[in-house]
Design a protein around this ligand. Structure first.
Ligand SMILES: [Zn+2]
Length: 483
């Protein structure tokens, strides 16, 4: 059987004091996990102490404690009867559910299940008789203090020769990019698909045709689209609105320009916006059409809605809990962000209207607020803004469009019919084809592998590791080893 520890304790060992120590990334470039154990004989003499640091995978304080137990047990001779003293109460309860109980598949949903499986394997292989006891964390237990000091010292000890082998003893180990998946496997696989989906979305040519995608906060954009409570519910006639939001984001709304490209035999490519008859009716033109009726003016409506969105956001951020106190200039700087420039609309403004959250916005807010605060504040007003665009501009325009189509003799049946063969030759005529050459300079097709790998090594959700994306442009990519 392979071993994790290269130490073999004598059979006189009676008690093990174990401890772990965890330094979060704030004090180190990456988090650091250390473990220690001290072996005592029946007279209370120290036989041996050992400490070291562990490879940073799924970093947590608990993992360092579990590893201390694993390494301590693996250092014992076979058939030992041992008492393990720890000040970590959680270790005791996990011991009773993960080791002193029959294996159940539910264990695979827990963090560190590979470590626990290894502990089970060692205990059974060595026929160990183990009792865990809890020592008070800050009481006058000299030996507990001793291991506590050693665990903390391990982080800075430069004399540590080699880390213990990552060779786990679990019967089945799933690896991702050579990293063991020591967390809920089902959730991990879902994360992989989420990460790939986000990347696929970000790589669509429609986001790349006019500029790079690196100025979009994809994590926040995805949050605002998917967190939509209406999104999952197709009741109350909201499904059309859900479809609208997605098509808006993907530039798939059936504007005249889109229809001209899809069915040039029905929609003459030379036709301009039916309302103003001055510009092609593109997605962006929906909001900027200068057509004015007493009751209906798309551009004016858009400007009013955008201003309301800006005001709504500002109110919410002014009353949100902040990381650092807001400067007096906060409101002025927020309002000066170029995504609010709507007359004429800036490129950022039109992207925001599509539901693409810009990094310039979230990075500015990130000075003062945590990401969860920013995301949850941006979410609902954007949903409402889109609902207003939908009702006040898109539906009005669509009713108008419907009547116009009827007047032209364009029927539903004609729209559903296949392309008129005689028109194929002019499909690419007049209308520029979709610019389908994505600017991939900043994005790699397998960026998702590094997001997920980074979340394993540094902890937290993969979505908080999207910045890796940009750093990776100058680094050789990690390769997929297993997946
Ligand atoms: Zn127009």
């Amino acid at each position: 059987m392979p071993r994790i520890s290269d130490i073999q304790l004598p059979s006189s060992v009676y008690t093990l004091y174990i401890d772990g120590s965890f330094l979060p990334p704030s004090s180190h470039p990456v988090s650091s996990m250390a473990y220690v154990w001290t072996a005592i004989d029946s007279d209370g003499f120290i036989l041996e102490s050992h400490y070291n640091i562990i490879s940073s995978i799924f970093p947590s304080a608990l993992r360092s404690e579990v590893f201390a137990l694993l390494h301590g047990l693996d250092s014992l001779p076979p058939n030992s009867k041992i008492t393990v003293a720890t000040d970590c109460a959680q270790l005791l309860s996990l011991w009773s559910s993960h080791v002193n109980a029959p294996f159940i598949p539910r264990m695979l949903k827990e963090f560190n299940h590979l470590l626990w499986s290894s502990i089970r394997a060692i205990k059974s292989h060595k026929n160990l008789d183990v009792t865990l006891i809890k020592v008070p964390a800050h009481a006058d237990d000299t030996l507990n203090k001793h291991v506590d000091v050693l665990a903390k010292a391990a982080h800075t000890d430069s004399h540590l020769s080699s880390r213990p082998s990552l060779e786990l003893l679990a019967p089945c180990i799933l690896q991702f990019n050579s990293l063991p998946v020591d967390m809920n496997i089902r959730k991990f696989i879902r994360d992989i698909f989420d990460a790939k989906t986000l990347l696929t979305l970000a790589l669509l040519p429609r986001f790349n045709s006019s500029s790079s995608t690196s100025d979009i906060d994809w994590a926040c954009t995805k949050f605002c689209l998917i967190n939509d409570k209406q999104f999952v519910s197709h009741r109350n006639g909201r499904s059309e609105f859900c479809g609208f939001r997605i098509k808006l984001l993907l530039d798939m709304l059936p504007t005249l320009t889109t229809l001209q490209r899809r069915k040039p035999h029905l929609y003459n490519p030379s036709w301009l916006c039916l309302q103003c008859n001055s510009f092609p009716e593109t997605l962006d033109h929906l909001w900027t059409c200068p057509y004015i009726l007493p009751e209906f003016s798309p551009f004016n409506t858009f400007k009013i809605l955008l201003l309301a969105l800006q005001t709504n956001y500002l109110d919410k951020f002014l009353s949100a809990s902040f990381l650092i106190p807001l400067l007096d200039s906060f409101a002025a700087e927020f309002m000066a962000l170029d995504c609010w420039d709507c007359d004429p609309p800036s490129f950022s403004c039109l992207r925001l209207a599509r539901g693409l959250i810009l990094l310039s916005l979230t990075e500015f807010l990130g000075i003062y607020f945590s990401s969860p605060t920013i995301w949850s504040i941006l979410d609902t007003p954007l949903h409402d803004f889109h609902f207003d665009l939908y009702v006040q501009i898109w539906l009005c325009r669509s009713i108008f469009f419907y009547h116009w189509e009827s007047a032209q003799g364009i029927t539903k049946k004609m729209k559903l019919s296949a392309l008129d063969p005689s028109s194929i030759s002019r499909t690419s005529f007049n209308i520029p084809p979709d610019s389908s050459i994505p600017s991939l300079a900043t994005v790699f097709l397998d960026s998702w592998v590094s997001w997920v790998s980074s979340s394993i090594i540094r902890g937290g959700s993969w979505i908080s590791h999207l910045d890796f994306w940009r750093r990776l442009t100058v680094q050789p990519l990690l390769r997929i080893s297993f997946w």
